[in-house]
Design a protein around this ligand. Structure first.
Ligand code: PHB
Length: 387
């Protein structure tokens, strides 16, 4: 090891040393690996905003430690993911990583986190593997597994009496797994998926696929798109004249954070998700007000997931008085936690994924209005990774 590195490490160790009270006070380095360009840009920004809002509400510190954020734009590109996450760990020496949105990128991050033991909190990406086969004591998720909203929507679409459905999504882990969850619930209830349509991520040339939907004439369509792609899909679906004859359903990502841009073309679209705009609980109302005040825009599900990632970290750090090196105690505290989320309180499954309610929502004006519960206390199917 070079001398300068030795000195830096020694200095860092001194800075991070606990006080006599046992409280660690040095700044905590949080790596934010999120999409800041491309179709998921708004999602990355909302996650960062949500995370920072919670920190600001705690007076700018978590468990007595101020935070340095080190940001990296992952571009939702799985091919760059391993390099990016290694930069945060090896070059920037972060204490933990919060990221990301895209399932393919998250799987590469989870692999490195598992190998290096770096604490990772996933604030969106739902890849089943992250809290399934790849799960590890140091990996947590504040969002969902892709299977969950897919399954909840499948139950809801069956209950509404539809029998023949076409699915359409981007061809990658998130799309495949949400369609998988949808199909499982929908077919169990007697429905039939008559065609599965796909296009590569992040393409938005929907025309040929919309023509196919018109030819098949299903009872309904189930879709997963998000961010910029979701805006275009909902607009193109309406422009193709399909909306008035074939009801459009989706996981809630289709209409979350997108309604301003989708305008009247989104009116009436039905989705299910673990969040909605009109929950009207004191907890959510307080969150929405604080978020709107801080950022001059309305929060969405991604903002909530970022906020809750910070809450989960705070629970763990508080249990160890800021000493993130006390890994076993930190993990045990998060595992036991009941997170007071704006979505409604949740606990974590033994795979470290939220066990939560899924709301059935319908777009009414600029809101995803709750019209029922699609699935109560839905847990991921993971088998667990507790210490
Ligand atoms: C994912 O890739 O897991 C993903 C991306 C965007 C969403 C939801 C899931 O809105």
């Amino acid at each position: 090891m070079r001398l300068i590195e030795t000195c830096l490490i020694a200095a860092a160790a001194t800075l991070a040393a606990p006080l006599a009270s046992g409280q660690t006070t040095a700044k905590l380095k949080v790596g934010l690996m999120l999409p800041y360009t491309g179709t998921f840009t708004a999602l990355g920004n909302a996650i960062e905003n949500g995370f920072k809002l919670y920190v600001a509400e705690q007076g700018g510190k978590l468990a007595g430690r101020e935070i340095d954020f080190i940001k990296i734009d992952d571009e939702s590109d799985p091919a760059k993911a391993t390099d990016n996450v290694n930069k945060l760990i090896k070059r920037d020496n972060v204490d933990l990583i919060v990221g990301t949105v895209h399932s393919g990128v998250a799987m590469a991050m989870a692999k490195v986190a598992k190998e290096t033991g770096t604490l990772l909190i996933v604030p969106n990406a739902g890849a089943g593997a992250v809290t399934g086969p790849m799960c590890a004591p140091n990996i947590f998720r504040s969002s969902f597994t892709n299977w969950q909203p897919g399954y909840a929507t499948g139950e809801a679409v069956a209950k509404r009496g539809h029998k023949r459905v076409v699915t359409i999504t981007w061809k990658y882990a998130a799309g495949d797994e949400m369609v998988g969850g949808f199909k499982e619930a929908f077919e169990k209830a007697g429905g039939q998926v008559v065609k599965e349509l796909n296009l590569p991520f992040p393409n938005v040339e929907f025309q040929a696929l919309l023509t196919e939907i018109a030819a098949v004439k299903p009872d309904a369509v189930f879709s997963f798109f998000a961010g910029g792609g979701a805006v275009k899909f909902v607009k193109d679906y309406a422009a193709a004249g399909l909306k008035k004859n074939i009801p459009l359903y989706g996981t809630g990502f289709l209409t979350d954070g997108t309604l301003e841009a989708q305008g009247a073309d989104a009116e009436g679209v039905l989705t299910s998700l673990h969040y909605a705009d009109s929950l009207n609980t004191p907890r959510d109302n307080a969150f929405r007000l604080a978020y709107a005040k801080a950022y001059k825009q309305q929060p969405d599900v991604y903002a909530v997931q970022g906020y809750d990632a910070a809450q989960m970290l705070a629970v763990g750090l508080t249990a160890v008085k800021g000493d993130i090196g006390k890994r076993a105690e930190l993990v045990a505290a998060i595992e036991k936690a009941r997170i007071d989320s704006p979505r409604g309180a949740f606990t974590l499954s033994k795979s470290h994924n939220p066990v939560q309610d899924f709301y059935l929502r319908q777009v009414t004006g600029k809101e995803n209005k709750v019209i029922g519960i699609a699935s109560k206390s839905l847990a991921d199917p993971g088998r667990g990774c507790r210490m």
